[in-house]
Design a protein around this ligand. Structure first.
Ligand code: KE4
Length: 425
């Protein structure tokens, strides 16, 4: 047994499943998870001293790479003044202004501590603003572990093969309507049946939680038109895509103006910070000025805001996203060449620095396509890559992430490891 195995056994004694978030348990890929000791730049090092090129990046936050000097300095400087006050601070204004400046559809922002909180708040705001109860989500999209959204969810819920969760009462999910991603007729049918009752449609504009699935041409525009026509709000869950696929998020890439947006991951620089923001008139329903209650002891935490601001400062230049796109393009090209050479049936979906390799299918456009992928073969690929020093997301239903710290040599080594692994699949 190596150190990670021993640590996992010990963890399982006192932590359910040995992890604090299910997807980390490697249930879908076999073996026991590597316990990580430290990380720097594009690499992580486990408790046995093995170093890997990291494509999880803490599930998205590490766009600069791990332990970036600007982020560490910002945290260190902030922590000397204290860690949390439970009172407003000047930096929270800076962060709210930075998000509003980056995302034109956002006029006001509420900072929270997780993407789940952001999505939960967005739903409550939409229901409070419209006075309606129903929400539309898409099979395979994941918006955190909000009861009413843990229905046909993606990410860890899909990874474990239980898109619906025990403990979610029929009452809390009966106002949740499910549509197929990329099927605007499905959405139109729901509005035809429930139009006046639907408070909002919530969507990952580029899905990361089925693995990466991109919106079909016209789909997001269709959602915008349908929601506007029926007085429902459009919520973009950009927890993963915000500040990841572009500085202005997926809404900048596709030119759509949602009513509310959720952010997380990158915006917190790896510390617990997320946000919900949008139209001024909609956000003003929030307490203390409006009737919709929402609160958080650590909301806008000074260290998390300092870390997030440091990241936003580092990624504001368009050259950053050009670099991420170039790294992503090179990796995709190399993987495609390896797939062609080995004749392994698979497809790659990628937007900028977020990507997924799906085995056993030729294209993945929605939940049905994604769930047809060969998860057994993915598990073997994952283990083969791990043996060759490449650490991928331990699930076929997740996005992998490239950071600015991934060098050309990292990309080349990843392609080589993939070529060797595919050859033995
Ligand atoms: P958190 O509550 O985990 O901060 O955010 C929930 C969330 C909301 N919306 C989207 C689009 C998300 O991707 C997430 C969280 N993503 C998963 C990975 N796909 C987090 C990893 C985990 O669950 O451990």
């Amino acid at each position: 047994m190596d150190t990670s195995d021993k640590l996992f056994a010990a963890a399982c004694e006192v932590i359910p499943g040995g992890v604090n978030s299910p997807v980390r348990a490697w249930r879908a890929v076999g073996g026991s998870p590597r316990f990580i000791q430290r990380a720097a730049g594009s690499t992580i090092t486990d408790a046995d001293g093995r170093t890997y090129i990291d494509y999880v990046g803490s599930w998205g936050p590490m766009i600069l790479g791990h332990a970036h000097h600007a982020v560490l300095q910002a945290i260190h400087r902030a922590m000397r003044d204290g860690t949390s006050f439970g009172a407003p601070t000047p930096r929270e204004i800076e962060m709210a202004r930075a998000i509003c400046a980056a995302v034109p559809s956002v006029e006001k922002v509420r900072l929270v501590s997780s993407g789940t909180e952001a999505a939960m708040t967005a739903l409550r705001v939409a229901r409070g603003f419209t006075g309606r109860q129903k929400v539309v989500k898409f099979a395979g999209c994941y918006h955190g572990h909000v009861d009413s959204l843990l229905v046909r969810a993606g990410s860890g819920a899909l990874t474990l093969g239980v898109p619906d969760s025990a403990g979610v009462t029929a009452d809390s999910s009966r106002h949740t309507l499910i549509a197929r991603f990329n099927d605007i007729d499905d959405v139109r049918a729901l509005f035809a049946d429930h139009g006046g009752e639907i408070a909002a449609v919530i969507v990952e504009p580029i899905v990361g939680n089925m693995g990466v699935v991109v919106p079909a041409p016209g789909f997001l525009e269709g959602l915008r038109q349908e929601t506007a026509a029926h007085g429902a709000l459009l919520i973009f869950d950009e927890v993963m895509t915000g500040f990841r696929v572009a500085y202005g998020g997926a809404q900048a890439v596709y030119g759509i103006r949602p009513d509310l947006s959720c952010f997380g991951k990158v915006v917190g620089g790896g510390l617990p910070l997320a946000a919900v923001g949008g139209r001024r008139d909609v956000m003003d329903v929030l307490a203390p000025i409006g009737p919709v209650y929402q609160a958080g002891t650590l909301s806008g935490n000074p260290l998390a805001v300092a870390a997030g601001l440091a990241v936003l400062e580092e990624i504001r230049s368009p050259a950053v996203f050009a670099r991420l796109e170039e790294s992503g393009r090179r990796l995709e090209e190399g993987l495609r060449e390896s797939l062609a050479r080995t004749g392994v049936r698979a497809c790659i979906n990628r937007v900028g620095s977020m990507w997924t390799l799906f085995f056993g299918v030729d294209q993945v456009r929605d939940f049905d396509d994604a769930t047809a992928n060969d998860t057994e073969r993915f598990a073997r690929f994952f283990q083969g890559m791990l043996r060759r020093g490449v650490y991928l997301p331990p699930s076929a239903f997740e996005a992998a992430f490239i950071s600015l710290a991934h060098s050309d040599d990292d990309i080349d080594r990843t392609i080589k490891a993939a070529a060797d692994t595919l050859a033995e699949l």
